[in-house]
Design a protein. Sequence first.
Length: 249
Amino acid sequence: MKKKSLWITLLLLPLVVFANEKPERWRLEAEGGLVIPGYNTVQVPNPGGTRFSLRNDLDADSRAYLRLRLSWRFARRHELSLLYAPLSLDAAGVLPADIRFADGLFPAGDSVNATYRFNSYRLTWRWHWVQKPRLDLWVGLTAKIRDAEIRLKSGNQEAFTDNVGFVPLLHLRMVWRWTGRTGLILEADAAAAKQGRAEDVVAMVFWKPGNGGTELRAGYRFVEGGADVEQVYNFAFIGYVFAGVAVHF
């Protein structure tokens, strides 16, 4: 609890210090495209459950997704942003072996439907560390709330594990402008500990079609990580191919 309070204080401190400065810019970003499931290994409980793969033992479907971010440049070198990033993936298939999962036992040969949910809500503070005509570097902190669930269903039997938790992350952002209207954006939220790790990394190109505040984007993102604790073992890799738009106002 003390560690969580420290992270929240650090995130809100810049807002308190610079609250009397005039806001400089708002930015609304929308990103949408296709989610491509990678490895996704599960064992619940850990130990005691059966370790299996939602991708290799079942067939995981790609699906469309949408992310939204609202950012506020409240001082010359400081910015706050809120991210809404829902994610839900489905998988189905016939089990190749018996699986003990949560409080259920699913025999080999059963047809199973699985749901993997990993919604993310984040508050990020970042500081404009390097300001050059062609290059901007930002560093900061992210407070992430994860809303996760893994659910298996076969006939009348259903078992699941879920968790809502707080994760502190380090934040990095780079903007490299090739011309006045085009460039590259690299951005990452990441952290690692004994219990697990989390990374959300994106590379995208952007193009400004006019002199206004609209920016078109396209790129690739991956989310990787998981936890190895008593209640659950789960590590996953998820790729995103997307197009997006940012509106400055």
